[in-house]
Ligand binder design. Structure first.
Ligand code: CU
Length: 479
């Protein structure tokens, strides 16, 4: 491997079939005359059934939260990385290059892809200087929704996200075609936090900080500090991603209700009214905001305090205050009214399971390793810890016996939450990441469809994942 940059450029320019070509230089420099303007993430859309892009993980000086920030990890020089938009059945080709000084790879969070070869394979080690050709076949039945890509090389995940590596993948489909949804002002918020005081070569937090999961003292929305969004339509469709390694966002639109229309795995069957919205790391949500009802003053989107450990202030140094993270500025203009649709996209409940398994989340001492985060008493190792069969439907009971909340994430197949502490879930919806609070038992139902192979499930507090709270899942071919 070890291909030089110039060769890499030539190679990819030759191979590209349409959608985009290499940017060549940082958007930051090429696009913005103002030194304090952050780059808007580049958007790449599939055309004629395919999208082919170059994606380089590399160090770059960027404007983050309005201030020059040196030596961050970026995709193509941007934080967040480019937004990719595809449709079910598309082919997504990514000519990936690792220009970092540590190994990395890509995970396509939430997408129903093969976990093997050059698709959603988290066992790849793409070493510094190496290139890799990803070729994803977006499943013809992939639900439309808000997904994302980020590194998933075990041991480096929290660090690489905390330094900036994350980007959106949007699958367009049925929800986007509803007339009311088509009439919305669509906004994407990638929520990240960073440590302003980190040393230039990356932040290795204190042991206690890693235990709780690192949080930074700067919250950004699309790389911006407290951006203002000018309202231009009656309905705003806000699509949110929590791309932070550990921070939970407890969001509230000051004094207003939010109408949630989608979660991790695409549309709900009906909108759900929310006073606030809790997004754990890895989770996504879509909400509608009826702007005609808003006062004619800027409305804050607030992040409220959330206590995710029962270990005092450990790791909670920045998440104990209410802060505004963005403003919506209403227009004096009156817009054509758009109703919030009463019905969205119907969600079929999964069939009854053939068996139930239990996964207990906790942390503890492991000989030779010190403190580790454990699933069923074991830290991650490179062999299958759970073996299932293709086409089976199973219930998984996720039990948190520890002292910290853990968001539980499964790759490749989405699931439906069945119950929480025995109380049936009313809203049957698709998800891939579910919060299991201290003391809770959450039952999820999962069907293993289309793809055999090895993949993983893990806590999406990425320090916990790097410290062992992950298991290997082997999906055997159907018997
Ligand atoms: Cu955890």
């Amino acid at each position: 491997m070890g291909i030089k940059r110039r060769e890499f450029l030539g190679l990819t320019a030759l191979g590209a079939t349409g959608a985009l070509l290499w940017q060549g230089c940082s958007l930051l420099r090429s696009r913005n005359s103002s030194p304090l303007a952050a780059p808007i993430p580049e958007i790449y859309r599939s055309e004629g059934g395919s999208l082919e892009i170059n994606l380089e993980a590399r160090y770059e000086d960027v404007i983050l939260g309005g201030e020059p920030t040196r030596n961050m990890m970026t995709y193509n020089g941007q934080i967040p990385g480019p937004r990719l938009e595809v449709q079910p059945g598309d082919r997504l080709i990514i000519h990936f290059k690792n220009s970092l000084d540590q190994p990395t790879n890509l995970h396509f969070h939430g997408l129903h892809l093969s976990p093997e070869g050059n698709q959603d394979n988290v066992f790849l080690h793409i070493e510094p200087g190496e290139t890799f050709h990803y070729e994803l076949e977006i499943h013809p039945q992939q639900r439309a929704g808000t997904y994302w890509y980020h590194p998933h090389h075990h041991g480096f995940v929290a660090e690489q996200l905390f330094q900036g590596l994350a980007g959106l993948i949007v699958v367009r489909g049925d929800l986007d075609e509803l007339p009311e949804i088509r009439a919305t002002q669509e906004e994407f918020f990638v929520l990240q936090d960073f440590n302003r005081d980190r040393p230039p070569q990356g932040m290795m937090g204190s042991h206690m900080n890693l235990m709780a999961g690192r949080e930074g003292n700067l919250i950004t929305v699309n790389g911006l500090f407290h951006p203002e969004i000018a309202v231009t339509k009656d309905l705003v469709r806000l699509r949110l991603l929590n791309a932070s390694p550990s921070r939970f966002y407890r969001l509230q639109l000051y004094g207003q209700k939010l109408m949630q229309i989608a979660g991790d795995g695409g549309a709900f069957s009906q909108p759900l009214e929310r006073d606030e919205l809790l997004l754990t790391p890895g989770q996504r949500a879509e909400v509608l905001i009826k702007t005609q009802d808003l006062p004619k003053t800027p409305i804050h989107l607030l992040n409220l305090p959330y206590q995710r450990t029962q270990m005092g202030m450990m790791g909670q140094q920045y998440n104990n205050a209410t802060v505004a993270i963005a403003d919506f500025t209403p227009s004096a203009q009156t817009f054509a009214p758009v109703q919030i649709p009463a019905q969205l996209i119907s969600v079929e409940p999964l069939p009854e399971p053939s068996r139930t398994r239990r996964f207990t989340l906790n942390h503890g001492m492991v000989p030779g390793q010190g403190m580790a985060f454990l699933i069923n008493g074991e830290a991650y190792r490179d062999q299958p810890q759970t073996t299932v069969r293709l086409n089976d439907v199973e219930d998984w009971e996720i039990v948190n016996t520890g002292t910290m909340d853990h968001p539980f994430h499964v790759h490749v197949n989405g699931f439906q939450v069945v119950s929480r502490n025995g109380v049936p879930e009313e809203n049957i919806a698709w998800a891939d990441t579910v919060l299991v609070r201290v003391g809770e038992t959450v039952k999820i139902r999962i069907a293993f469809r289309d793809f055999a192979g090895k993949t993983v499930y893990h806590c999406h507090i990425l320090d916990h994942e790097d410290l062992g709270m992950m298991g290997q899942l082997e999906i055997l071919p159907a018997s």
